[in-house]
Structures are given as structure tokens and as C-alpha cells.
Write a protein that binds this ligand. Structure first.
Ligand code: SF4
Length: 450
């Protein structure tokens, strides 16, 4: 393997490595050899393609959640070529439920860029790695060091916390300064790894050890770090001074805006459900007069760019909160916009969904389609057994299941006790539409009791 120089991040210091740094590196690498969790992307030797996929999935996401998604994606796309050749929708479908869907699109685009510009070989050069879609400084450093043996530093929240505590660094209070300090410290340690082991195996074990320690031992508040079992306990300045719980300082809390999302699960008489592809602008519907005048805010939701390209039931999003009556009015309007039957709209349930920057409240409704419902390139009628073919966010999937469950309850609801029919009056044959409308009214009252 040819190792290319790293133009922008190669440590330039000529300081000899201190004995303490040497001890930190070797002790942490040795601990990682003993204690590393067996994860599907930790093959021996490391596979750069697996590292690329794993690092994309691990951003903002816990390891335990990533394992299943990683295994499934690699089974479907065992090589970078296979991933690059796949339709984006197939990648999004495999990503459904993992969140942060921009990562899936970026991973797919990165695979295509590697095929196009690097003859299908993941570059070892950090600058070239960082030029790939979705690959930032941390991800480039992780791939370069762990899979390719380059002396590249890495810093994420876990690594920064470990380094700050290790050095007893409690003077830095702002995120930019903490970030800057942590990168410099990680860079010095990467340099020490390269000096001790030019072949590049030490940096891989050390960087993964830093990540592993932050994820399993040196835990963030409110959990306590497990210093008694920490391999760096003897080197840790925060532990020596008993200040590890105060490092790093808590981040200032931010107020998360509320977004009301009205979702209508519209089914047709054949049991198919209407799905729409989400655009760059956000919800598939546009707030109009009726919806917004009944809400607490007339400002469109700040969801531009969220869940782009994924599928969902017709949805209307509004910044702020909605009363039940306002949500129902919005649902009827949305159903009308899709040429459904507003009269058939009934509540299916509500739930909260938190993203990094927004606090959603989903108001889910079920409705029956009319004979003519608008169609378009970004709309599909799907049987529920085929829904796995589409990429849905976890929130859209939950809303869909809620609406379908409501529709199923309605279909299987026992008939209301009725007055005995007069023997002289034979029952009228009912059309499917009439059956739906009749049962809709009975199910609404039952749901209200629940
Ligand atoms: S001794 Fe404690 S605070 Fe220091 S690195 Fe280890 S777990 Fe973290």
C-alpha cells in the first residue's frame, strides 16, 4: 500500500515525544487490543470501504443503532462499486429509520466520486478524502488513520472529552476554543504515534482506542466516568485533581423551536396508501389560509432540506403548535388538496418527535380517498407490503403505521348495536364507499372514548 503525504494535517512539530505521551499512546493502544467491542466494521485488516460506510453512519448516531444498518447495507452493497451503481432511492430505503438522511445521499455521492475521480480506490490523501461529499475533517482523519494507517488526528465529542480530562483542561469554556485545543492535542499525539511506529499500525489502534474510551469508559455527564477501570487512570490529570466531572463545561442550552406536522394517511378502496416524495422545500404541502389561521403561528416550519428525497404521507408543517381543532382543519384542507374526501378525515393519534434542532408534534389523521386523487411523479399509491421499497424517516414511518392501524381498527370495528330491522324491509346492498363512510363515523366516536 502506498501512503501519500497529508498536506493539510501532517503534524509539523519537531518536538521530541514526551515519555508521558509515549505512555498514553502505547497504554491506550494495548487496552484497545484487549477491550475493543467486536463490531462488524472492525475486520482485520480494516476495510477502507467499510470504514467509509461506518463513519458515515456513526455521525450523531449510537454504535448500537448503526450495527444493524451497517450489516444490512454491506450485505446489499458489498463493494464500493455496487454502492455507487445503486439508485439513490435504494440507499435511502436501507437508511430508513437511521436519521440524518443527508448522510446517505452524501455516502452514495462519495462512492460515485471515488469511482469517477479515483478509479474506484478510496484515496489515502487527507485532502482528497475531505473533498468527497459528506467527508469532513473528522471522518477523513478516521478513515485515513484507522483503515489506511495515516498519522491523522481525529476529534469528535468523545475524543475531545477524553483529551480535555486527560490534561485536566478546565480553563476552556467556549466550544470553538475547546475544538481548537483538542485538534492541536490530537495532532501532537498523532505525531507521536508516527514517530514511534512509521508503519502506521499504532495510530490506527490509538485513534480507535480514543473513540472507544470516550464511548465506554470516559462517559459524559450526567453519567460518571469509570475512572477505576480506565487504562489511562495513572496519566489523567483531571482524575488526579478530582475534577473530571466538571470537564468539559456544560454547553449553554438552546431553545428548540416547535413544529406542528399534520399528516393524513389516505387509503383508497383497494387498501393502497398515498405516499409523496419530500422536496427540498420541506413538507409536501404548502400552508394555506385555513391551516395557518387556525394555528398559533403563520410562519412556515424551518424544515427546508430535512428528509429530502424520502417518502411520507401528505404532510403540512407549521412553526409553532396547533390545537386539535386547528390540526383537524389542516388535515381536511390537506385531504381536499389531494382530492380525497375531507368528510372522511378522522384523528388517528399524536406523537412527539425530537430532531437535533426541532421539536415536532405529529398530528396523524386517516382519510378515505375519493375516486380521483391527484397523481404526479413524486406521488405513489403503495400496498403496505411494498412500503419497504421506499425510504421513510422514522417519524414518517410511525405516522404511517398510526394511520394504517386506525384504518384497520375502523375496518374491523364491530357494527354498532342497531334497532332490529323490520322484517318487511330487506337490507339495502351497500357500496364499498358507503361502507367506509358508515364505519368512519362509528370509529370516530370509539376513538374519542379512548
Ligand atoms: S481517568 Fe477517568 S476522567 Fe481520566 S480519562 Fe480515564 S475515565 Fe476519563
Amino acid at each position: 500500500m502506498t501512503l501519500h503525504p497529508i498536506p493539510n494535517l501532517i503534524p509539523t512539530t519537531t518536538e521530541p515525544t514526551s515519555a508521558r505521551d509515549r505512555a498514553i499512546i502505547t497504554e491506550l493502544a494495548a487496552w484497545f487490543d484487549r477491550a475493543a467491542r467486536p463490531l462488524p466494521w472492525r475486520s482485520t485488516p480494516r476495510n477502507p470501504y467499510h470504514a467509509l460506510v461506518a463513519e458515515a453512519m456513526l455521525q450523531q448516531t449510537q454504535v448500537s443503532r448503526v450495527v444493524t444498518y451497517f450489516t444490512r447495507l454491506i450485505a446489499r452493497f458489498p463493494t464500493l462499486d455496487a454502492l455507487a451503481a445503486a439508485p439513490e432511492q435504494d440507499v435511502l430505503a436501507l437508511w430508513s429509520g437511521l436519521g440524518y438522511y443527508r448522510r446517505a445521499r452524501s455516502l452514495h455521492a462519495a462512492a460515485q466520486a471515488i469511482i469517477k475521480h479515483h478509479a474506484g480506490v478510496i484515496p489515502t490523501n487527507l485532502a482528497a478524502l475531505q473533498a468527497l461529499p459528506g467527508v469532513g475533517r473528522y471522518t477523513a482523519g478516521a478513515i485515513a488513520s484507522i483503515a489506511l494507517g495515516q498519522p491523522a488526528p481525529i476529534v469528535d465529542g468523545n475524543v475531545a472529552r477524553v483529551l480535555l480530562r486527560l490534561e485536566g483542561q478546565d480553563q476552556l469554556t467556549t466550544q470553538p476554543r475547546i475544538h481548537q485545543w483538542a485538534w492541536l492535542r490530537a495532532q501532537a499525539l498523532a505525531h507521536a504515534c508516527a514517530a514511534a511506529d512509521p508503519a502506521g499500525t499504532l495510530i490506527a489502534r490509538f485513534n480507535e482506542g480514543l473513540m472507544e474510551l470516550g464511548a465506554t469508559i470516559c462517559l459524559p455527564a450526567p453519567a460518571q466516568p469509570h475512572c477505576l477501570v480506565c487504562p489511562l487512570r495513572e496519566r489523567c490529570l483531571a482524575q488526579a485533581r478530582g475534577v473530571q466531572a466538571q470537564i468539559p463545561p456544560p454547553k449553554p442550552s438552546k431553545k428548540t423551536p416547535h413544529v406542528a406536522a399534520v399528516v393524513v394517511v389516505i387509503c383508497d378502496t383497494q387498501g393502497r396508501v398515498l405516499l409523496e416524495q419530500r422536496s427540498q422545500a420541506g413538507s409536501t404541502a404548502t400552508a394555506t389560509s385555513t391551516a395557518t389561521t387556525t394555528s398559533t403561528s403563520t410562519t412556515p416550519a424551518p424544515t427546508t432540506g430535512m428528509w429530502v428525497g424520502l417518502w411520507q404521507c401528505p404532510t403540512l408543517e407549521t412553526l409553532g403548535r396547533l390545537t386539535k381543532a386547528a390540526a383537524l382543519a389542516s388535515a381536511k384542507e390537506l385531504t381536499q388538496m389531494r382530492s380525497g374526501e375531507p368528510a372522511s378525515v378522522r384523528p388517528a393519534g399524536d406523537f412527539e418527535h425530537q430532531t437535533t434542532h426541532l421539536a415536532f408534534r405529529f398530528h396523524v389523521f386517516a382519510a378515505q380517498a375519493a375516486a380521483c386523487v391527484r397523481k404526479g411523479a413524486s406521488r405513489r399509491w403503495m400496498m403496505s407490503v411494498d412500503l419497504h421499497e421506499l425510504g421513510l424517516s422514522s417519524a414518517a414511518s410511525r405516522a404511517l403505521q398510526m394511520g394504517l392501524a386506525s384504518a384497520a381498527v375502523r375496518q374491523h370495528a364491530p357494527a354498532k348495536p342497531t334497532q332490529p330491522a323490520k322484517p318487511t324491509q330487506p337490507a339495502k346492498p351497500t357500496t364499498p364507499k358507503q361502507t367506509v363512510n358508515n364505519s368512519a363515523s362509528s370509529s370516530t366516536s370509539r376513538r374519542n372514548k379512548l
